[in-house]
Design a protein around this ligand. Sequence first.
Ligand code: PMP
Length: 303
Amino acid sequence: MKPGNFTLAPTNNLYYTDNHIIYLNGSFLNASEVHTDLYGQTLHYGYGVFEGIRAYDTSTGTRIFKAEEHYVRLKRSCQLIGIPFEFDTTELIQKTYELLETNNFKDAYIRPLVFCSPNMTLNTPNDVSIMIAAWEWGAYLGEKQLNLMYSSFCRPHPKSTKIEAKVCGHYVNSILATSEAKRNGYDEALLLDSDGFLAEGPGANLFFEKSGKLYTPQLGNILPGITRATVMELCQEQGIEVVEGLYLPEDLENAESAFFSGTAAEIIGIASVNKTVLPLHWENSLGKQLQTAYKDLVLERKY
Ligand code: PMP
């Protein structure tokens, strides 16, 4: 029996075939042949850190969008929760390009994961690994708009964890929120913070538009999204004012339009929240304008 064949979960694997290669601790290995230890601290306690990155097939070749920012956040997430990070982020970027080339991926999703060695104690680990997986994923940037549901789950309290770190275990909260929303017939969830202010989606940040300005929840209870920062840069270039603050659900319900931003979601319009429809047609919204600018940026289109 090959390692990796003692499968615990169904093998309807969407992420790799026998030919795909992943990066693990300095080596390029066949994804179907590598395996991890079942006594890992990350598997048991969610004590690990990851990133979600996109590569786009641009006119000048495959480009990893905001590679530096993502690997810096990976490092910072580790530092925030005490996982030793002794990897060189510049080298990790080079290895990621190599990984894409080896697999012949042009439009891809990239998933680096820093995980801890076998250790059933609650002490911080000495031995840490990094793997980088990738799979093909085309740009979407489409016209679909989401019907959201306010989640019954709030985001984790910033005094209960390092909320600004992209920690594996935080995603239990995201899975609970998304599955609740889907079970109730909505496309996605919108979570509030523990004080009832608007926070973010399970995997995306929130913006809403009113009277020509954009509003977005301030940092503190949310993941500082790299797409969120990109949207703010685009707004600066285009002279759109963005106000960060503490906002209530009624601020969103009285908005004209809204959107989510995230590496996976890119920029995606929000049609309604708990069935309250946002009135402005997407085509006429600041979100649509920014979606177009974001598309040009990630695809490195210049006019
Ligand atoms: N919030 C959460 C909870 C997320 O998981 C993500 C996705 N990483 C985001 C926001 C958006 O972050 P980014 O734009 O860096 O993908």
